[in-house]
Design a protein around this ligand. Structure first.
Ligand SMILES: [Zn+2]
Length: 132
């Protein structure tokens, strides 16, 4: 499942790595900066925990050249089959956390409905939870 949104560092415009990237002489620097932010959103939506496979670069409006710039400025780490957004886990909710939250919400809803419709002492919601 996907995150509907991701967090963006409120100070990103002044971040030293972003400033470094934007002062690069490459004509691709602005596209690289945009694809960095697109990649965070895309990864959250795709539930990849910060991983952008090489084949997914077009989805984040990136190219091999913009990816190379992001690696050079330590915003991405190169992996065997793609890239990883550095510090993604420190800023975004990881997929395993999202799944745990949804499971807890589901359990809470099942319990509330069970007690509302079957009475306070009914525990049938536990059976429904295990059936999933
Ligand atoms: Zn019940």
């Amino acid at each position: 499942m996907a995150l509907p949104w991701v967090r963006l560092d409120a100070n990103i415009a002044a971040h030293d790595k972003i400033l470094g990237l934007l002062s690069d002489e490459s004509e691709d620097r602005w596209q690289a900066a945009a694809s960095y932010m697109f990649a965070m959103a895309w990864s959250g939506g795709a539930g990849t925990d910060g991983f952008v496979r090489r084949a997914a670069l077009p989805f984040v409006h990136g190219t091999a050249a913009t990816a190379k710039l992001l690696v050079a400025y330590e915003l991405w780490d190169e992996m065997p089959d793609g890239y990883h957004i550095r510090n993604y886990a420190a800023r975004q909710e990881l997929e395993v956390v999202s799944q745990a939250k949804r499971a807890a919400q589901r359990a809470g809803a099942l319990k509330a409905n069970c007690q509302r419709f079957h009475g306070k002492d009914c525990g049938c919601w536990r059976d429904k939870l295990e059936a999933v």
